[in-house]
Ligand binder design. Structure first.
Ligand code: GTP
Length: 498
């Protein structure tokens, strides 16, 4: 390849002598016009919902106290003026609508390290808090560490500088105000008592099913807290306390063994006695230990998501739940003509002019799911908190000699599986979505279904063509807004199978 490059005139003579121009004496790299292939965009379903997560959290280390002495012409020996170290940052869970699962979390999280105290009695910076966003409906199980406590929302005025991150301030505990100092030292050591406002109850291991954490099941404290409201915050690991600076340390040691030793040391020094015993080493260690900041607390948590959807779609595999979710909302779940296309719950938001509601598509249930058949009961926890159940049945199932069970049998199996998972789970407002009404013979099936099932409304729908979806939306909205107890429920005794 010919390189078109201007040759400076003054070099031409030397090129003739050396025969080869400089760009030929050195290896030349030619860049091809190869551009990296664009990676395939992963379909929605590939970014699977992460609804269970193990988190290791550790509070940030406290900063070290400063050993400093201020001397002046009038004070030859000087006075201590080293400030305390700052407090380490906490690790905090924050509940927000902005995330819908745990896929954005890192498994190991540490609070920010605090700054060291400095001379002139200045406290070190407080370590930065690590705030992790979790979805609404997060349940916390504790494997190791302290039970999390809720963050009180105080106005900035109520906080003292010790608590404000990133402030470097003068220690209010000056010589003139020793009581204040004592207060602050106590404050820094004391751990805030747990706030009762966090919902918690300790469950039994049998209620849960942690396939990843089987080894540690005995140690887990279940359901220690729940995050259910936007903006709710929990401290899961606390930052370490800052070490004492020379000002506080001097006061702290007065009257203690260390204090007496320090006085004795001064005397010894003034008498220029070189006696040195083992005790001194211990005292030095003790001094350095109060000077260095403490480590933050550690916790190992298992986060579990129980979605708080308004409507839960339940149905047998291939009934058309994902297609229906796509028709009701803007969600784009994967749809396939084979069973168990949906492997994780999908969420969609159904919007009206003045109202919106969330719909959860729960992966297909089959008869015997409670014995771990199919996908088992793993995902039923997502409908524990839904207000309305929409049973999606396939009207065409078993027609024309095809495999499958009748819609009324599908309904019976579904109700039984819900009850096997948790007694009373099916006891909530319900509708039946009779899907695939466009198929041959579906109309007669619908008539039969209406004769056999009583107590709940049946909406004939063709999810693919979005027929009947508007009526269904209105029906769901009515039930979600309806606060009456005992409104339409599907009961086993109201389903006639024979
Ligand atoms: N004829 C017809 N086919 C439909 C309709 N709705 C869905 N289907 C088809 O039924 C098949 C299954 O649909 P999905 O939406 O994946 O069913 P699902 O209930 O989510 O299935 P799982 O993911 O296995 O739980 C797909 O081939 C859809 O195209 C409908 O109204 N009419």
């Amino acid at each position: 390849m010919w390189l078109s490059r201007a040759v400076p005139v003054r070099y031409l003579g030397s090129y003739r002598r050396t025969q080869k121009p400089p760009w030929m004496r050195y290896p030349v790299v030619f860049y091809s016009d190869y551009t990296e292939k664009k990676e395939k965009v992963a379909p929605m379903q590939e970014t699977r919902m992460r609804d269970r997560f193990t988190l290791y959290a550790r509070g940030g280390e406290g900063g070290s106290g400063c050993s400093s002495v201020r001397r002046s012409r009038t004070d030859r020996y000087g006075k201590p003026d080293g400030g305390n170290g700052g407090r380490g940052g906490d690790v905090i869970l924050e509940c927000t609508h902005a995330v819908w699962d745990f896929s954005g979390l890192q498994p190991h999280v540490k609070g920010g390290k605090a700054g060291q105290g400095t001379s002139k009695n200045r406290i070190g910076n407080r370590g930065e808090d690590k705030v992790l966003q979790v979805p609404i409906g997060t349940v916390i199980h504790l494997q190791e560490g302290e039970i999390p406590s809720q963050v009180q929302v105080d106005s900035p005025k109520d906080l003292d500088p010790w608590d404000l991150p990133g402030t470097l301030v003068e220690d209010p505990a000056s010589e003139e105000n020793p009581d204040l100092h004592q207060e602050i030292t106590q404050h820094s050591v004391q751990v805030e008592p747990e706030k009762e406002s966090v919902k918690r109850h300790v469950g039994t291991p049998e209620e849960f099913d942690f396939e990843d954490d089987e080894g540690d099941i005995d140690q887990v404290k279940y359901n220690v807290a729940e995050l259910t409201e936007q903006g709710q915050r929990l401290i899961i690991a606390r930052g370490g306390e800052g070490g004492l600076g020379s000002v506080s340390a001097t006061r702290y040691v007065r009257g203690t063994k260390f204090g007496k030793t320090a006085i004795r040391q001064n005397k010894l020094r003034s008498m220029e006695d070189e006696a040195d015993d083992e005790d001194d080493d211990d005292d030095d260690n003790e001094h350095s230990s109060i000077k260095s900041g403490s480590l933050g607390s550690e916790a190992v948590l298992i986060l579990e998501l129980k979605s708080i959807a308004d409507v839960g779609l339940v149905g047998m595999p291939n009934a058309g739940k994902s297609t229906l979710l796509g028709a009701l909302s803007r969600a784009k779940p994967r749809v396939g003509h084979y069973a168990f296309t949906t492997l994780r719950p999908n969420l969609g938001n159904v919007t009206y002019d003045d109202f919106s509601m969330t719909v959860a598509d729960i992966p297909g249930l089959i008869k015997g799911a409670h014995q771990n058949r199919g996908l088992g009961h793993n995902f039923l926890r997502h409908i524990e908190r839904t207000k309305v159940l929409a049973y999606v049945v396939d009207l065409a199932s078993g027609l024309d000699g095809c495999k499958g069970v009748t819609p009324w049998q599908q309904l019976r199996d579904l109700v039984m599986e819900l009850e096997f998972h948790e007694e009373g789970l099916s006891d909530r407002s319900s509708v039946i979505v009779a899907n695939k009404i466009d198929e041959n013979g579906a109309d007669e099936r619908l008539e039969q279904l209406e004769r056999r099932v009583k107590g709940v409304r049946i909406f004939p729908v063709c999810a693919v063509l979005e027929e009947g979806v508007a009526e269904l939306k209105d029906g769901l909205k009515m039930l979600v807004n309806d606060d009456r107890e005992g409104s339409e429920r599907l009961k086993l005794e109201n389903i006639c199978v024979d």
